[in-house]
Design a protein around this ligand. Structure first.
Ligand code: NAD
Length: 267
């Protein structure tokens, strides 16, 4: 049975893989046997990830790509074609947005959040889906959603939460559309996890000192997550062990959504 969790021989694309959760998942995919194309706007971070992947004996092709740029996404998948000739797994991971109260949010900031956090996930899924359909061997598409897309957070997360809710519905729609092609489409919904961007936010002097204690009130397991927490669930969804799992939104949140306290509103 454990063999069904293996990613031996699989070819994966991971976006946002220069840092944080996508980086941990990309390295996790390699530890399970996959070769990767890793994409991000941060070239130095990508090189670090590639080093870790190669140290595991797997292949890592580095591709600088802004997922909000449709032409760059096409170029990324053309590179995947050249290097591997196929894609079995796509991980959609990046995010970028300005934390701002809705009444002050500019349209430019709204558009940027949607372009990176939602539209970029669609264009990558479409490029991967086209190739998976053409090859006829199925595939697994995994997007990093958030508790923010399932429950309102407040605290200036407005455009991010809206985009994440879109990612969740993109997951369900694509799962239904592409089930007949054997393409499984799922999302992981983390609560707060200690990645570089979350550490920057928690350590920012402008952030309320009591925020961590406040967040923990919404997490029954009483800790902030670590990037490692998401790796096992991601490998499961990517693998044949999840052959009948599609359209699912899997919380990786220490019980946050079970408690339905994602909001924990505070400015
Ligand atoms: N860390 C958390 O607490 C948490 C909680 C819920 C959901 N998430 C989600 O997990 C994912 C990863 O977040 P993280 O905390 O690891 O963040 P992170 O900042 O560590 O990593 C995000 C990566 O995305 C890249 N990126 C940003 N804009 C990009 C673009 N336009 N094109 C390509 N790459 C781009 C960055 O360079 C960075 O490497 C995001 O989708 C985020 O919304 C994180």
């Amino acid at each position: 049975m454990l063999k069904r969790f293996s990613l031996d021989g699989k070819k994966a694309v991971a976006t946002g893989a220069a840092s944080g959760l996508s980086q941990a998942i990309a390295i996790g995919f390699a530890s399970a046997g996959a070769d990767l194309v890793i994409a991000d706007i941060n070239h130095d971070g990508l090189n670090e990830t590639a080093k870790s992947i190669r140290a595991l004996g797997q292949k890592a092709e580095v591709c600088q790509c802004d997922i909000a740029d449709e032409a760059a996404v096409e170029a990324l998948f053309n590179r995947v074609d050249e290097v591997y000739g196929r894609v079995d797994i796509l991980l959609n991971g990046p995010f970028a947005f300005n934390r701002e109260k809705p009444e002050k949010l500019t349209l430019a900031d709204w558009n940027e959040a949607i372009a990176v956090c939602l539209t970029g996930f669609f264009t990558c899924a479409q490029q991967a889906g086209l190739r998976m359909i053409e090859r006829g061997m199925g595939g697994s598409i995994i997007s990093i959603g958030s508790i923010a897309g399932a429950s309102a957070l407040g605290r200036g997360n407005f455009p991010y939460s809206v985009a994440k809710a879109g990612v969740h519905q993109l997951t369900r729609e694509l799962a239904v559309e592409w089930a007949r092609h054997g393409i499984r489409v799922n999302a992981l919904l983390p609560a707060q996890m200690r990645t570089p961007s979350v550490n920057r936010w928690l350590e920012d002097p402008a952030t309320d000192e009591g925020l961590v204690a406040h967040l923990l009130k919404g997490i029954p397991m009483n800790r902030i997550g670590a990037p490692d927490d998401i790796v096992g669930p991601a490998i499961f969804l990517a693998s044949e062990a999840a052959a009948f799992v599609t359209g699912t939104l899997l919380p990786v949140d220490g019980g946050n959504l079970a408690l339905n306290a994602g909001g924990s509103h505070r400015w």
